[in-house]
Design a protein around this ligand. Structure first.
Ligand code: SF4
Length: 237
């Protein structure tokens, strides 16, 4: 794919600090002939992003990776999102390897012994299959989510999956996301109201004491390990 990778090479409305709705409207229009897909793990950012995309006329596909270790609240949220946005197509492209098959091959509780391998099997490799059919990947990544994400750009090349990555919420704060979700009555994970700033797999996500719903923290992920990212976004992200 031969596309410029810097916002400076695109029309004026595509700036690093341009409003997200403007960026998204531009993206779906500009890449109308390209294969554009959104991915989500049903975090609060992803839900806000999906709501913004649903306001455009393009019936995009929203891909999620069911690791088979989701919380029941996450499945409930998925169902609410499908009901709320009927013109978007929600597609599960998660691994087909069942937890039982994983245990038979790699032994019990791989997430404790080798979480990187577990994430590779259940997230990173399935995403590679998704990205074979994608030109432009829309994500809900934000710069202030972590040190590893601090330098993301609105438009950047994803070296791991070899696609153009579009991050329209890059400059947003969690407070802004929370305000957007409230103002627009966007569905969100019930666990956010029970001390979970982010929600991943059941085995690797814990509540963060003292956290509030409008504050982002990855402190509840892979507690007791050095790991803070699943690897979907390359370079430790
Ligand atoms: S978050 Fe945990 S359980 Fe989920 S894929 Fe990664 S290591 Fe496995």
């Amino acid at each position: 794919m031969n596309l410029p990778l810097s916002t400076a090479d695109y029309p004026a409305q595509v700036g690093e600090d341009s409003p997200a709705d403007q960026l998204i409207a531009w993206c779906v229009d500009y890449f109308v002939d390209r294969r554009v897909e959104v991915t989500t793990s049903f975090g609060m950012e992803g839900c806000a992003l999906i709501d913004m995309i649903a306001r455009t006329s393009r019936p995009l596909t929203v891909v999620y990776m069911d690791t088979m270790f989701f919380f029941k609240e996450t499945y409930e949220l998925r169902d609410r999102m499908i009901e709320r946005y009927p013109h978007l197509q929600f597609v599960n492209r998660g691994t087909t390897l069942t937890p039982e098959q994983q245990e038979a091959i790699h032994g019990p509780e791989l997430w404790k012994r080798d979480p990187d391998l577990c994430c590779k099997i259940r997230k990173v490799d399935p995403m590679r299959e998704v990205m074979k059919d994608v030109d432009v990947w829309i994500t809900g990544l934000r710069r202030d989510q972590s040190k590893a994400r601090a330098n993301i750009r609105v438009l950047e090349w994803d070296w791991q999956y070899q696609v153009l990555k579009f991050n329209p919420l890059a400059s947003w704060s969690r407070k802004q996301i929370w305000e957007y979700v409230q103002a627009n009555k966007v569905p969100y994970n019930a666990l956010h109201e029970q001390g979970y700033p982010t929600v991943g797999c059941t085995h690797c996500t814990t509540p963060v004491p003292g956290s509030t719903i409008g504050e982002y923290s990855r402190a509840g992920r892979w507690v007791g390990t050095e790991k803070s990212e699943c690897g979907l976004h390359g370079d430790g992200i």
